[in-house]
Ligand binder design. Structure first.
Ligand code: LLP
Length: 428
């Protein structure tokens, strides 16, 4: 579900016409819908209510303070991967005791900061890391709560760069080694509290099958860990996919019914609740993309149009430094002109490209789009997850402003960068 819609042919977010927001704040511009984020959170919380889960937003998907604070106020926890993210959670009013700390390369400073902040659990990804956390917490005269990230070796059937649950990648510890590792930790690493067990199999998973398979594989192990080590939680990771194609249609309330192939919170819940509800453990989930992906768009202005004979190029003022997903994963983002009068008429195969000096700097290739001209504005849909967070200053391009819309009100939650911001801390 989301709150982007065409009204009289113009693209709206909640009660605001996006072209008005773009006129006021300039482009490129990220625009988010607050109601979409909170509705997504509520839909997931409601569907999973029988499990009484702790939902930890994987804030790597979108760590803008305005977005985090919306979720924090709803009681959402956070899945962190760095000291920087812990800092952001605190700035946004989030509760560290509702946070998990993941990642294969936690530094000493990050481990210390997370222990001091009182995170709910570290999700440890190697024996060496467990030993380091044990050592540091001993020095601090603390016991650090940990879970071990299990690699269940289940293929999530998603893009190679975002599959994480097989032995081909760096994440977690092999399923077969887990039981003996908990034994080792229980007997030898006395400054650890073995609080839970965690897994995450990948991202943008659009069917329930891989989740069910991974949970089923884990259950006997999880029960054994509960019996032997009195663990309190099972964290099943994130990964719920969203709609990228037909992104606008997916905002309609009856859309899910009409597209049974797309996984909804209710379908996800129906598949996993029976497996987990009698386990007697607290269930954690770490959704990232599902909560914010369809809640944001990147608005960009057409600078020039050129035809090389072979191709029709639309050159826009956003680039791969602002939204890298198409260049990096060949990912699809729906492209919608902001106003009805723009982009009317016949469809032509079009490459939409940015100003960065790389041929990889494109948002789409050979897509059938309405004829666009300089000055038209378009929205790249479903850019609310792994959008701004993956942006950079490549080509010394200031990063876009971010706007959070609530009803009829559009608020700047991050100012557009200035050139001065880009050289801060540098000397000649
Ligand atoms: N938990 C862990 C341990 C993760 O590694 C991730 C994502 C998540 C949760 C959240 O996954 P989600 O619910 O968002 O699927 N940049 C890529 C996605 C990378 C995902 C990395 N890990 C993209 O733009 O598609």
């Amino acid at each position: 579900m989301h709150h982007f819609s065409l009204q009289g042919g113009d693209l709206f977010v909640e009660g605001c016409r996006i072209s008005d927001i773009a006129r006021e704040h300039g482009t490129p511009l990220y625009v988010y819908s607050a109601a979409t984020i909170t509705d997504n959170y509520d839909a997931l919380a409601t569907a999973l209510a029988p499990l009484d889960p702790m939902i930890c937003f994987a804030m790597k998907a979108n760590s803008t303070l305005g977005v985090l604070s919306l979720l924090a106020r709803r009681g959402c926890g956070f899945d962190l991967v760095s000291g920087g993210e812990l800092f952001r959670v605190k700035q946004a009013g989030g509760a560290p005791h509702r946070c998990t700390f993941a990642g294969v390369g936690k530094t000493r400073a990050e481990i210390e900061a997370a222990i001091l902040a009182g995170v709910y659990s570290f999700n440890a990804e190697s024996v060496a890391e467990l030993e380091a956390i044990n050592h540091i917490s001993g020095e601090m005269k603390q016991r650090a709560p940990v879970a071990i990230r299990v690699n269940p070796n289940v293929d999530a059937g998603t893009h190679a760069k975002i599959t994480t649950g097989t032995y081909e990648n760096k994440f977690g510890i092999a399923f077969e080694e887990i039981a003996s590792l908990y034994e080792y930790a229980a007997t030898s690493l006395k400054n650890l509290e073995l609080r839970g067990v965690q897994m995450h199999i990948g991202s943008q998973i659009t069917e329930t099958g891989p989740f069910v398979k991974a949970i089923q594989k884990m259950l006997p192990l999880v029960s054994e860990l509960k019996r032997k080590h009195n663990i309190q939680f099972f964290d099943i990771g994130g990964g719920m996919g969203i709609v990228y194609k037909d992104a606008l249609a997916s905002g309609k309330p009856d859309w899910w019914k009409a597209n049974p192939q797309q996984m909804t919170p209710a379908m996800y819940a129906a598949a996993i609740i029976p497996l987990l509800k009698d386990l007697g453990l607290k269930i954690l989930i770490e959704p990232g993309r599902f909560l914010t992906g369809n809640a944001g768009v990147l608005v960009t202005d057409v600078l020039y149009v050129k035809n090389t004979g072979a191709k029709n190029f639309v050159i826009v003022d956003a680039a791969m430094n602002d939204l890298i997903r198409p260049a990096f994963y060949d990912s699809y983002h729906e492209i919608i002109p902001l106003v009805a009068s723009e982009g009317k008429g016949k469809l032509v195969p079009t490459d939409v490209v940015g100003p960065v000096c790389e041929s990889g700097d494109y948002f789409t290739k050979d897509r059938l789009l309405p004829v666009l001209k300089a000055g038209d504005k378009i929205a790249l849909m479903s850019a609310g997850a792994y959008g701004f967070v993956m942006s950079s200053n490549y080509n010394t391009r200031p990063r876009p402003a971010e706007i959070l819309v609530k009803g009829n009100k559009a608020t700047i939650v991050r100012k557009r960068e200035k050139f001065e911001d880009l050289v801060r801390g540098e000397t000649v």
